[in-house]
Design a protein around this ligand. Sequence first.
Ligand SMILES: Nc1ncnc2c1ncn2[C@@H]1O[C@H](COP(=O)(O)OP(=O)(O)O)[C@@H](O)[C@H]1O
Ligand SMILES: [Mg+2]
Length: 358
Amino acid sequence: MEKLTVLTLFGGNSSEHDVSTVSAQSVINNIPRDKYDVIMLGITKDGRWLRYNGDTANLPEDRWLEDEANLHPAYIVPDSSVGGIVEIVDGKAVTTKIDVVFPVLHGKNGEDGTVQGLLQLAELPFVGCDMLSSADCMDKAVTNALADRAGIDQAKWMGFTEYEYRSNPQKLLDEAVEKLGYPIFVKPANAGSSVGITKATDIHSLADGIETAFENDRKVVLEETVFGREVECAVLGNDEPIVATPGEIAPCNDFYDFDAKYVAGTSGLFIPARISEEQLKAVKQQAIKAYKALGCEGFSRVDFFVNDEQILLNEINTIPGFTSISMYPKLFEHSGVSYPELIDRLITLAIQRKESRR
Ligand SMILES: Nc1ncnc2c1ncn2[C@@H]1O[C@H](COP(=O)(O)OP(=O)(O)O)[C@@H](O)[C@H]1O
Ligand SMILES: [Mg+2]
């Protein structure tokens, strides 16, 4: 069988750039090379696109950017007749055909539908959710609104733009306290990796938290605090998705903030999640329901809060953390799908989706 050329996109103009380079290193090192050739295309923090031909060991901490001999400006072109990338080598444009794209980009400008829109224009098959679903899942206000419509239980919430807030802050603050009660989670609608998220316990921390959230996005979401376990589901598939046994995160801090996720290194991970068999089953059903309601395809990690009474959707990550020790691959490994096999399945799903849409 002829090998397929996979283009892996990494980095990105996002607060989660550094997480992406680590995820991408794992993905690229584990793509089955008997079936696929790999091309690496990195996006810098300031938005430059560069093809990288060097060692994947240089991806973390952006060491690849120091390897200048192995870097060339390169672009996915929206012109679908090209079917791949154009690279600038010695002042000349060189075209390379691509069979499938694996965007390993977290957060804004990569997980939010922007890159997916470009790939749809280019008519290239790609791993993961399409433009609309990516955008819907990126924006917590949109996710929550669609989940409400689909009858999926979640924390009480409200959302507003910066303009709406500035027009009458006191009214919105009063409304939030009345509707949600303290403590209140304050989030930028579009961010990720807990960036800009705070937990407010009084009117001052609420107002301060809203300002912090507005530093990251022009829209803010407030949520009542849910007391319960953080249970995460790995969902895989297009029209008939499957879900692995749910796992649980036990944050080492008051909540799963940036430090607890990436710095402290002492958060716990449990597979299966420490909930009853019945609850495991119910969470899996909710995960599939949410995945379908938000139009997900390929893969997503669907996150919940679970306590004795409730199973509440928190959020959907359309390009979840993907190092070999990240929750998503670990959940499928526990269910008998190895990391390289998982990558193979994701690429196959991308090609199948493209073929079914012709
Ligand atoms: N409504 C809530 N109740 C309790 N904890 C929450 C709530 N919302 C968020 N958290 C905590 O904050 C963390 C980050 O919030 P999340 O919405 O998942 O944002 P991100 O997209 O940055 O991961 C969660 O993993 C959880 O620990
Ligand atoms: Mg989260």
